[in-house]
Write a protein of this length. Structure first.
Length: 280
């Protein structure tokens, strides 16, 4: 499973990766070392996670070209010059000459009201900065995170290159069909962050989902991840538990159509992480 990829436009991305939020210090390096030993190649980080310098230690052990490393421009660096500063700092911290993927982490600006015009202005400015860095070879692919449909349409109306990726919260409780269909239509690869809804009882506590796991002889997490992959969406579940990291990559089973339909029906537009829909 770990060698399988999704393709969207020029992007080729491993279907399964490891989220690294809250992994710090030696715990971070030990966890990544274990994941790499299993064959993980796709690692997602951000300056806001405060672990890029520790990730550098682990990825130095393997051929850089075999890995897919994502970092982000956080909402405190939303401007042309500050975005460039952020990316250069990430490259320095990760001890790499390029990022496979760089994302704008959030559609709003730190400290700004959600309805402020500055959000749109800074998004466009930051996006143009990423486009420039991609042309220079510092970034191979560029995208966004937590963007709604109208945020992406702004790039289109400004005659700017569209994102290759939109990393969003995606799981059975948050299946935004309009955004999903839009990204597919525009050939924007979706990556699911928070793909397991952080163990929410809204999914994990459901008897039918538990019975699915028993039927397929897997864990509930594996059922949810399989459902997500079947929609052409890459997943980056976060864990520091070695057994969970191993099982999250073992998804070689198929859901029956009725089980897929049941999981499709669970959507309640629930955000476990921050809800970006009100950001103008």
């Amino acid at each position: 499973m770990l060698s399988r990829i999704f393709k969207a436009r020029s992007l080729e991305i491993p279907q399964i990766g490891l989220g690294t939020s809250q992994l710090r210090g030696t715990l971070c390096t030990q966890t990544l070392n274990y994941a790499i030993s299993l064959g993980y190649k796709h690692f997602d980080t951000s300056p806001s996670y405060l672990n890029e310098h520790m990730i550098a230690i682990s990825i130095a052990r393997v051929n850089r070209n075999s890995l897919f490393i994502t970092s982000k421009v956080s909402y405190g660096f939303m401007s042309h010059s500050r975005a460039q500063m952020s990316i250069h700092k990430s490259l320095d911290s990760l001890k790499t000459t390029y990022l496979d993927l760089a994302l704008i982490e959030w559609p709003g600006v730190r400290g700004a009201d959600r309805t402020s015009k500055i959000n749109k202005d800074r998004r466009l400015e930051t996006w143009q900065s990423l486009i420039e860095m991609k042309k220079k070879g510092l970034i191979k692919h560029i995208g966004v995170a937590n963007f709604s449909k109208h945020h992406i349409e702004e790039f289109e109306s400004s005659a700017l290159e569209l994102p290759e990726v939109n990393q969003i919260e995606f799981h059975p409780l948050n299946f935004n069909k309009e955004l999903y269909n839009f990204c597919n239509e525009k050939k924007i690869q979706i990556i699911a962050h928070t793909p397991l809804a952080r163990g929410s009882n809204g999914i994990w506590g459901l008897l039918d989902v538990k019975l699915m796991a028993i039927k397929y002889k897997v864990e509930v997490a594996q059922v949810i991840l399989r459902w997500t992959l079947d929609k052409g969406i890459a997943v980056i579940p976060k864990s520091q538990n070695y057994e969970k990291i191993r099982k999250n990559s073992n998804l070689d089973f198929q859901l029956e159509p009725n089980d897929t339909e049941y999981l499709n029906s669970l959507n309640k537009n629930i955000y476990i992480s921050a809800d970006p829909t009100g950001v103008k």
